[in-house]
Design a protein around this ligand. Sequence first.
Ligand code: HAM
Length: 426
Amino acid sequence: MAIQIPRGTQDILPGTVEKWQYIEAKAKEICELYNYKEIRTPIFESTELFLRGVGDTTDVVQKEMYTFEDRGGRSLTLRPEGTASVARSYVNNKMFGSPTQPTKLYYIGQMFRYERPQAGRFRQFVQFGIEALGSNDPSIDAEVIALAVELYKSLGLNNLKVVINSLGDKESRQAHRDALINHFQPRINEFCGDCQGRLEKNPLRILDCKKDRDHELMATAPSILDYLNEESKVYFDKVVAYLSALGIQYEIDPNLVRGLDYYYHTAFEIMSTSEGFGAITTLCGGGRYNGLVQEIGGPETPGIGFALSIERLISAMEAENVKFPFEDSIDCYVVALGDKAKETAVKLLFDLRKAGIVAEKDYQDKKMKAQFKAADRLQAKYTIVFGDDELEKGVVSIKEMETGEQQEVAFEDAVAFITAKKSGER
Ligand code: HAM
């Protein structure tokens, strides 16, 4: 039996990979505009990074990590997300010492989570994310959200909803935590084992539980917004005021707690509101993580960012019937007949490509008719046709495939002829 691809992963084949390349190019373009620089970090990290960074009471850490021991007995983990890695790199490379702060970074790369695969949920997926480290200015929270929204819009998405919340600072979170414990404790035995464990360690995570989502105490749980201290309230007000100034519509959802532990203050998600998009509508998630850098051994540094998966982005584009603006065609197909002509075609093809022309030829000793068929299949705009006789006369016949128009051209002018046609098309 043929070996199958692992569950929750996918091959991205030619025909689809162009969509990925297009999106990645758009993401890079927008990062350039907003002055975020690319960072590439390893795909695996020491497990400790995620235990401390993402938080050991989160589902991601408790249930979803691909953790293994290497031959040297170190515990390593395939990264489930990018923020902790970026924060680690920020510390290791002493980026905090740079005079230009905040440090604005972006990444595109594979992430790994052992989740139950379903539409929009994979075990290997690709996140595009940005992180701005070193600023406590609420305008950068708005900038990060704006970048995400603008990227989606530039890709043709309109059915979007920005949902935002504040998780407050340490003091506000402590007050909220106490209120949550008081709220859930009397009936905690009605909740799943995970939630029972979370009550003392991290009661906020109970609000994020998939199993107990419908328990009546969930709906009446104390809202973080009622526990924000003055400073946190002022901060949140400024963030949403900036969003309004940028014309970004948002909804405040006090139940938005996010699935990772490092968030303080701003937390946000962007959802698709397209009908029939599927059960998982979150396209993008992010927020402020002011404690993270310190948690992993660096100096106290505020940070904010988001990540989105390209898999969900493509599904959202498909749900909105967005056309990808690329054509799947080649410039020129060389049809050669006879031994000498075939040999000459090798050099002609090389010269065409050197001149920047996307060119192809037959490699399977096909007859003329089959070569034309291949040219059609590849949607060649032109064919250069010659046999041994033409070669002797020093000519080729160039056919424009769409019109059927055919012209005889001197062999040595063939590359220049196609080049001129190609630049004329632009
Ligand atoms: P997250 O909410 O865990 O946040 O993931 C962010 C995005 O990654 C999700 O909104 C979704 O688009 C995508 N995603 C997550 N899991 C899967 C999956 N199994 N299959 C497909 N796509 C998935 C983070 O990862 C944070 N690091 C975001 C962040 C950056 N916060 C601050 N900076």
